[in-house]
Write a protein that binds this ligand. Structure first.
Ligand SMILES: Nc1nc2c(ncn2[C@@H]2O[C@H](COP(=O)(O)OP(=O)(O)OP(=O)(O)O)[C@@H](O)[C@H]2O)c(=O)[nH]1
Length: 342
C-alpha cells in the first residue's frame, strides 16, 4: 500500500516540523539514521497513516525498539509507491527520499552559499561601479540574500533547539525504560524478565490454548568453538530475526539466554503450535547462513523446540518446566526436532 502523500511532497516547513518530531524518537530508540528509518519515523510523526502507527506501536511495545529489518519491511509496505515496489525495491523512490532528506538538512548551507555567491558578485560589481542606480540595486539584492539566509538559519535553529529539548527529556525516559531492564540489547527482543512479565500477564486470561515454545540453537558451544564467539553471537541475532519474521503477529518472542528463545502463542492450541514449531525448525535447517563480515558459509545450523500448552490450572512455572522437559527430550533424541506431549 502506498501512502497518500509521499514524504517528498511536504513543504519545507511541514517537513521540518515532522523531522523535529521524528529525530528525537529515533535517538531515543537508538534507531540508526538510514533512509528507511527516516522514512518510517517521519511518517510515524506525521500521524497520517494510522495502520503504520499501529504496527510501529505494537513493535515498540513488543521489542522496545524497531529492529532494522522491520522498518525496511514497513518502508516497503507503507511508503514506497506501488510502481516502485514492483520495479525496484532499492530504486528511484529510495533515491528520492535520500535526496530529499539531504535537501532538508542542507537548506541552511545552501542559503548561505547563495549569500556568499551574491557577496562575491557584489564585490566584483563594486570594483567597477560607475552608476549610483547600480549601487542601489546591489544593496537591495544583498538585503534580500541576507534576509533569506537569516530566515533559514532562524528556522533551522528553532527546530534544533526544540529537538534538543525534546531529546533531553526523551533521553531520560529512555534511561527509565532501560532501568526496567526488560530488553535484550543483543537482539532488541524482550529478555527473560520481559518474557516473565508477558507470561504472567497472559496467564490469568488464558484458556487452555496458551502455548509456549522453547527454542534452542543446537550445539551453539560447538559453533563458538569452530568459528569463534563473534560468529556465534551474530548467529543468535540472525536466528532471532528469522524467528520473528516467521511468527504470527500476535505472538510474543523473547531471548532468554545464549541461543535460547521463548515464544508465547495466545489462543493457539497444541496441534497448530506444533505445526508452527515444525515449520520454524525446517526454516532454520534450510538456511544457508553466511557470516556477514567474511562471507564465510557456516555449517548447517539447527534448532530444537519444546512445545507445551497450558493445562487446566497450571502455574507459569509449571508451564515453563514442561516446555523445558520437552526441549530436553528433543535434544536427547538427536536435536533438530520438536517435542511435545501427545
Ligand atoms: N557466541 C555466544 N555464545 C553464547 C552467548 N551466550 C551463551 N553462549 C554460549 O552458548 C552455549 C550454549 O550452550 P548450551 O545451550 O548449554 O549447549 P549447546 O552447545 O548449544 O548444545 P545443545 O543445547 O545441547 O545443543 C554456551 O557455550 C555459552 O557459552 C552469546 O551471547 N554469544
Amino acid at each position: 500500500m502506498a501512502a497518500e502523500v509521499p514524504m517528498f511532497q511536504h513543504n519545507i516547513k511541514q517537513a521540518n516540523q515532522l523531522m523535529r518530531s521524528a529525530i528525537p524518537l529515533m535517538v531515543k530508540l537508538d534507531i540508526p539514521p538510514t533512509p528507511y528509518n527516516y522514512g518510517i519515523w517521519y511518517e510515524y510523526a506525521s500521524n497520517r497513516n494510522p495502520k503504520l502507527n499501529q504496527v510501529v506501536d505494537r513493535a515498540l511495545r513488543r521489542f522496545g525498539s524497531l529492529p532494522a529489518f522491520v522498518s525496511r519491511e514497513l518502508f516497503h509496505e507503507f511508503l514506497l509507491p506501488e510502481e516502485f515496489q514492483q520495479a525496484d525495491h532499492q530504486g528511484a523512490a529510495l533515491k528520492n527520499l535520500t535526496t530529499n532528506l539531504e535537501t532538508y538538512t542542507t537548506q541552511v548551507s545552501s542559503e548561505l552559499q547563495k549569500l556568499s555567491n551574491t557577496l562575491k558578485r557584489s564585490k566584483e560589481v563594486l570594483t567597477n561601479l560607475d552608476d549610483p542606480k547600480q549601487l542601489e540595486r546591489l544593496a537591495l539584492i544583498l538585503e534580500q540574500g541576507a534576509f533569506k539566509a537569516n530566515q533559514a538559519i532562524e528556522h533551522f535553529s528553532q527546530s534544533l533547539q526544540a529537538a534538543q529539548e525534546e531529546l533531553a527529556s526523551l533521553r531520560s525516559e529512555l534511561s527509565n525504560v532501560k532501568k526496567n531492564g526488560e530488553l535484550d540489547a543483543m537482539t532488541l527482543l524482550a529478555n527473560e524478565k520481559g518474557f516473565e512479565r508477558a507470561l504472567f500477564s497472559l496467564l490469568p486470561h488464558a484458556e487452555d490454548d496458551l502455548t509456549l515454545l522453547l527454542i534452542d540453537i543446537d550445539d551453539l558451544s560447538g559453533i563458538n568453538q569452530e568459528y569463534g564467539n563473534k560468529v556465534g553471537t551474530s548467529l543468535i541475532r540472525y536466528i532471532a530475526k528469522l524467528l520473528l519474521s516467521h511468527l504470527p503477529e500476535q505472538s510474543f518472542l523473547a531471548r532468554l539466554n545464549g541461543g535460547r528463545f521463548a515464544v508465547l502463542l495466545d489462543e493457539t492450541e497444541l496441534s497448530i503450535a506444533a505445526q508452527l514449531a515444525e515449520s520454524l525448525r525446517q526454516e532454520v535447517a534450510a538456511q544457508k547462513i553466511r557470516y556477514k563480515n567474511t562471507k564465510m558459509l557456516l555449517r548447517p545450523v539447527t534448532i530444537s523446540i519444546g512445545v507445551a500448552t497450558l493445562f487446566g490450572d497450571e502455574s507459569p512455572t509449571e508451564l515453563v518446566e514442561r516446555a523445558q522437559h520437552y526441549l530436553l527430550y528433543a535434544k536427547h533424541s538427536g536435536k533438530n526436532r520438536i517435542a511435545h506431549h501427545e
